[in-house]
Design a protein around this ligand. Structure first.
Ligand SMILES: [Zn+2]
Length: 305
C-alpha cells in the first residue's frame, strides 16, 4: 500500500476517457431516456460506464442496454440492500437462486451490502446480512468482482467480508479472492484502511463536489486523500445523489462524472488541465483491473496478480 502521506503523482501517457464506475441507467426512472443520457455522456468524454444492479427486472433492462452499447457498459447483477425489504424470505431465496443462474451474463455482482441508516427497516437487517453473505458466495463461486453499498454499517461489513474470507478453503485468511468496489464511499479513514487491507477499490461520488466547494463533507475529502491512487474510482450514482439544486433530484447523469474528477483534483491540489487526463488514465486502468480478466485481483501494492 502506498504511503498516504506521499504526494499523489500521476503521469499521462494514454487513454484519458472518463469512467462512471457506478450508476443506474437501467433504473425505471431514467430507462426510457437512457439513449440520450448515454449520448450526452459520450459527448462529455465518458468511455466506460458500470451499471449497478438492484433486482431481477432491472438486470433484464441492463441486458437491453448492453445489446446496444456493448463496449461502453459494464453490467452488475445484484440485490440492493434497500430492495431486500421489498421481498419475503421465500422470495429472497428465489431471487438469489436466479442471481446464481443469471450472473454469468454480468461482469460483476452487486450492488449488495448493508444499509443500517435509521430510515431503513431495522427488522429486516438480518435479511440484509443473509442476502449479503449469499451474494459474496455467488461472486466467489463465479469469480466476479463484488460491488458494495455500505451505509452506517462499515465495521459489520468488513467483519462479514473477513468471515467469508476465512471460510474460503482455497484462499488465504485475509484474501476474499475476488476484487471489491466500495461504491460512494462514506466512511472514515480508519474504516477505509480496513477495506484497503482487503484489496478494495474505493469509488467516490458527487459528495466530493460538495466537499471541494467547502460545503462540509470533510470526512470524505480526508478519505480521498488517504486512498492510494491505484485504488481510486469515481461515479455519479445517477440518477441518485445529485449535488446541484436540491429541489431538482433529476439532474444527475453520467456526463457529470467529469465534475467529480475535477473536485477530486481540487481536493488533491493537483492542476486541473494537466491533471484531468492523467487522473482519467489511472482511473481507467483501475476500472480495467477491477472488472478485467478473471484472476486480476489487486494485491496490497495495487498491482494485478
Ligand atoms: Zn447505486
Amino acid at each position: 500500500m502506498s504511503d498516504p502521506e506521499a504526494p499523489l503523482t500521476i503521469s499521462h501517457s494514454g487513454d484519458s476517457g472518463l469512467t462512471d464506475s457506478h450508476c443506474h441507467l437501467s433504473d425505471e426512472r431514467v430507462f426510457a431516456e437512457a439513449d440520450a443520457l448515454i449520448a450526452r455522456a459520450m459527448n462529455a468524454g465518458v468511455t466506460r460506464i458500470a451499471l449497478a444492479g438492484v433486482e431481477p427486472a432491472e438486470w433484464t433492462r441492463q441486458l437491453e442496454l448492453k445489446a446496444r452499447y456493448s463496449d461502453l457498459l459494464t453490467l452488475n447483477f445484484g440485490l440492493h440492500p434497500w430492495w431486500v425489504e421489498k421481498y419475503s424470505r421465500a422470495e429472497l431465496d428465489s431471487i438469489l437462486h436466479e442471481l446464481d443462474t443469471r450472473v454469468a451474463h454480468a461482469q460483476g455482482v452487486g450492488e449488495t451490502g448493508l444499509d443500517f441508516h435509521s430510515k431503513r427497516n431495522a427488522s429486516r437487517f438480518d435479511d440484509q446480512r443473509e442476502a449479503f453473505r449469499q451474494q459474496i458466495r455467488i461472486a466467489k463461486k463465479h469469480s466476479k468482482p463484488l460491488v458494495l453499498h455500505v451505509v452506517q454499517a462499515h465495521e459489520e461489513c468488513v467483519k462479514i467480508l473477513k468471515e467469508e474470507c476465512s471460510s474460503a478453503k482455497s484462499m488465504g485468511a485475509s484474501d476474499l479472492g475476488i476484487p471489491i468496489l466500495v461504491h460512494s464511499y462514506s466512511g472514515n479513514v480508519t474504516q477505509l484502511q480496513e477495506y484497503l487491507r482487503l484489496g478494495a477499490f474505493i469509488s467516490y461520488s458527487g459528495t466530493l463536489v460538495r466537499a471541494a466547494q467547502g460545503d462540509g463533507h470533510e470526512k470524505t475529502a480526508k478519505a480521498l486523500l488517504n486512498t492510494p491512487i491505484q485504488r481510486l474510482l469515481f461515479e455519479t450514482d445517477a440518477p441518485d445523489q445529485g449535488w446541484g439544486d436540491p429541489e431538482n433530484s433529476d439532474e444527475n447523469e453520467p456526463a457529470r462524472v467529469r465534475e467529480v474528477y475535477e473536485a477530486a483534483l481540487k481536493i488533491m491540489e493537483l492542476p486541473l488541465q494537466s491533471g484531468l487526463p492523467a487522473l482519467a488514465e489511472v482511473v481507467g486502468k483501475n476500472f480495467r483491473r477491477l472488472f478485467g480478466a478473471l484472476g486480476n485481483v489487486p494485491n496490497d501494492h495495487g498491482s494485478a496478480r
